[in-house]
Design a protein around this ligand. Structure first.
Ligand code: 5CA
Ligand code: ZN
Length: 375
């Protein structure tokens, strides 16, 4: 599986945490059911908003990126989010990204306009996941440039940005420059999941990778474009499944760096919130639903976690066999974590009637391995 990682500035807000928790649950579920998981996540350390923030704050983009990646990984560890097998940054993957863009140029998938190199989306446009008018609007909001004169198609994204003063750049057959967004994820996924020879090998299956994931804000343009670029590179469909986490918002709006309405995991931790309470609060909504964050979610989670901890510290607890089976069923049903938590709460309440026979150790290990709740 390939999950779209952070652009390292203003990390890590609760929207990021909710999205990565989703794929942590996928990974836990797959491993628990005996499957091997190969999981790669990128880090977008080359991108306009990162450079803008670095220059605003008079900081080098490298330093800003490194410090934010460090903060992100420590937040993920605190929340017990299982890491991918590897995090791959754009700068680390630069050579392969350049080779891929050169191949796209050689096979007729690119053209030059206003000094930059664009990807030709024409043959993929019949598969747009949303109506074209809406696509044009979202494309412009998410870093695209539909209005640049001379483009063959308004939705074509930039593959290679010509060198700009004050920004890093690399040599390529298309001139000095740097990659645009989208192509990084096609290449990092293919190279690390399929193999370094992905451009030459013949893939016998119908898809290159099993799963591409991220937040639902990436459905268009990002996952549409990574899929199109991947297909242009290998002639095989990119991913057999797409999993999208809903958007977390605050005060009625999507939580985002550009709006500045962020609740940072590191700030909650600094204020003394227990990471397992934050994790519980995130698990209490279904991953695929858009939701608003609020302090009540945290206070409710605190009560639930306290009650569960005190149940787990009893000498005798109610039987757990049914509970474990039902939690597995809930998770198997599109990761229904709210149901899993309500089953746990029912079990906690059941202890008040003095039932006995359950194994506390087994339940603790189960909650840890399936839901990542280490209490
Ligand atoms: N680097 C690109 C992906 S290649 C990117 O979108 N970075 S990001 O830092 O903006 O977001 C990182 C991940 O968090 C993405 O999967 C994104 O879909 C998800 N995300 C961003 N904002 C939210 C939010 N408010 N709620 C839930 N998930 C979010
Ligand atoms: Zn991505």
């Amino acid at each position: 599986m390939y999950v779209c990682g952070i652009t390292p500035y203003d990390a890590t807000h609760l929207g990021h945490a909710a999205t990565y928790l989703t794929f942590d649950l996928v990974q836990r579920y797959l491993r628990a059911s005996g499957r091997k998981v190969k999981f790669v996540e990128n880090i977008t350390d080359i991108d306009d908003p990162l450079f803008e923030r670095a220059s605003r704050d008079n900081q080098s983009w490298k330093e800003l990126g490194n410090s934010q990646v460090a903060l992100f990984t420590s937040d993920m560890t605190a929340l017990r989010i299982l890491p991918p097998e590897s995090y791959v940054s754009v700068t680390e993957a630069m050579d392969s990204i350049i080779v891929a863009i050169e191949k796209l140029a050689a096979t007729g998938y690119t053209y030059e306009c206003a000094g930059n190199v664009y990807f030709r989306t024409k043959e993929f446009l019949p598969n747009l996941p949303i109506p074209e008018a809406e696509a044009l609007k979202i494309f412009a909001e998410r870093g695209g440039d539909p209005l640049t004169p001379g483009k063959e198609n308004a939705l074509d994204p930039i593959l290679w940005v010509a060198e700009k003063a004050g920004e890093p750049s690399w040599d390529s057959k298309l001139g000095r420059g740097r990659p645009g967004w989208h192509v990084e994820c096609s290449v990092i996924a293919l190279e690390n999941l399929v193999g370094a020879d992905y451009l030459t090998q013949t893939n016998q299956s119908n898809y290159e990778i099993d799963l591409q994931g991220g937040g639902s804000d990436l459905i268009f343009p990002h996952h549409f474009m990574t899929g199109a670029i991947g297909k242009a590179l290998t002639s095989v469909d990119f991913a057999s499944s797409y999993v999208h986490a809903g958007m977390v918002g605050l005060d009625g709006e999507k939580m985002s760096k550009s709006k500045g309405n962020l609740v940072l995991v590191s700030n909650l931790l600094k204020s003394g919130f227990d990471p397992m309470v934050i994790r519980y609060a995130l698990l209490d909504s279904h991953y695929s639903k858009d939701r608003m964050w609020s302090n009540e979610l945290l206070s409710n989670a605190q009560i639930r976690v306290d009650n569960l901890r005190s149940a787990l510290s009893r000498n005798e607890v109610a039987p757990i066999d049914q509970l474990l089976r039902k939690i597995v069923d809930a998770l198997a049903d599109d990761l229904n974590t709210p149901l899993a938590l309500s089953l746990i709460n029912e079990w906690v309440d059941g202890n008040e009637s003095g039932k006995s026979g359950g194994s506390i150790g087994e339940l603790s290990r189960f909650l840890d391995s399936t839901l990542g709740l280490a209490l």
